[in-house]
Design a protein around this ligand. Structure first.
Ligand code: HGY
Ligand code: MN
Ligand code: MN
Length: 402
């Protein structure tokens, strides 16, 4: 099975026929299809596929099971996400193992492929939930009660999908068996194309967080309620969105409100509440904290001006990640020796590699994204670049696992 054939089989899973975007949410039928696709191809390669206690899948190659070299990524997507985010890393991991097996390589250290659950946090709101649980970065009871917009909790969704939520929690035994984790991912942003480079290596990940802003107002009639009598939560929400952009631009940060739910949602009524999610990221922790504090303050002032209540809750926060320099330099060295000069790049996108970095040496390979667009059906990568990514990953795994 070539990479292109793997890719062709995976492409229809969870894809919306209308938009061409993906809706692969954790513990849904599309997720189950993705897990089945991964398991089928890993087992066809002779790997032994095992779920861990947190719903992640691990496909093992080799007997040693200590000092293992892990690679992989995620299949879950943001709403209407692109086809490459996460999926490219999973398909490339399978294709890289196939490439190494075809050339007769056998790993002295085990190689293990990882399929992480809920990396986007698109359903249960905490990104990298599978790797956060594994590393003890999220409390299991808190995780079990996380609910999506439909009110279904993680525990209920896992149970309905035939998984057991009771065992969620830190997995030091599994972590103790991993010597390194290398995640291949489509580039998000457009740094490689101007450098005429196909493969990049990650330097680190910006600190980033996700906060929920709850604006509480008072429902009323759109055609009869005087402005002076209104407590309309839409107004402070709107000014907070604009303030977020201004504050972030002034702090060298990025701030986005990408999701908002106005209740009860009548076109001819003043809303009773507005729930909105802020995604804020910055090159450093201090500038991120400054940006968030200023946005929060602007929201509080706007809410008070309209007689609207405001509650802000932090849903996730990831501090600055610096990937392991020794591993990074070894990888750039291996690629350079093979004729691939891979630029070292920072990124503002979060990844499971960024969570595992707190516990084991991790690194990331980026594959050129010609437009830089991600979290969109327009996300793309050329097949030749994806195949170059597979070759690069195979080289890295062969070097690390020999
Ligand atoms: O949101 C992110 O940075 C990643 O795509 N989960
Ligand atoms: Mn993503
Ligand atoms: Mn991703």
């Amino acid at each position: 099975m070539t990479f292109a054939e793997l890719w062709q089989e995976l492409a229809p899973i969870g894809r919306d026929p209308g938009t061409g975007g993906y809706r692969r949410y954790s513990w849904t039928p599309a997720d189950a299809q993705g897990r089945a696709w991964f398991t089928r191809h890993a087992e066809a390669l002779g790997l032994s596929v095992e779920p861990d206690r947190n719903g992640n899948l691990w496909a093992w190659w080799g007997e040693t099971r200590t000092g293992a070299i892990a690679t992989g990524s995620h299949l879950d997507s943001v709403p209407d996400g692109g086809g490459y985010d996460g999926a490219l890393g999973v398909a490339s991991a399978l294709a890289a193992v196939k490439m190494l097996k075809d050339k007769g390589f056998y790993p002295e250290r085990a190689v293990v492929l990882a399929l992480f659950t809920e990396e986007e946090g698109a359903r249960f709101r905490v990104p990298c939930l599978g790797s956060r649980l594994m590393t003890g970065a999220v409390d299991p009871d808190t995780a079990r009660s996380l609910a999506g917009d439909d009110g279904v909790t993680l525990a209920e969704a896992m149970t309905a999908a035939g998984a057991d939520p009771v065992r969620l929690g830190p997995d030091d035994d599994l972590l103790g068996r991993l010597a390194a984790f290398v995640e291949l991912h489509v580039e998000q942003g457009r740094a490689l194309a101007p450098l005429d480079a196909v493969i990049g290596v990650a330097e680190g990940i910006w600190p980033h967080g996700r906060w929920r802003f709850d604006f509480g107002g008072r429902a009323d009639h759109a055609g009869t309620a005087r402005f002076a009598d209104r407590n309309d939560p839409m107004l402070p929400y709107a000014s907070t969105v604009l303030a977020a952009r201004q504050v972030a631009a002034a702090n060298g940060a990025l701030a986005t409100f990408g999701k908002v739910i106005a209740e009860p949602g009548g076109a001819n009524g003043v809303s009773s509440s507005v729930r909105a999610w802020l995604d804020c990221r910055a090159p450093g922790g201090e500038s991120l904290d400054q940006a968030f504090t200023a946005i929060h303050s602007a929201a509080a002032d706007a809410a008070a001006a309209h007689g609207v209540t405001l509650t802000v809750s932090k849903e996730s926060y990831t501090p600055l990640v610096r990937f392991d320099e020794t591993l990074r330099d070894r990888i750039t060295g291996v690629l350079a020796a093979a004729g691939t000069d891979a630029p070292v790049l920072p990124t503002g996108a979060g990844h499971d590699a960024g969570i595992l970095a707190a516990r084991i040496p991790t690194a990331m390979l980026f594959v050129r994204n010609p437009t830089g667009v991600s979290h969109s059906p327009a996300e793309e990568a050329h097949l030749a670049d994806c195949e170059a990514g597979v070759r690069a990953l195979a080289l890295v795994l062969e070097d690390l696992a020999r």
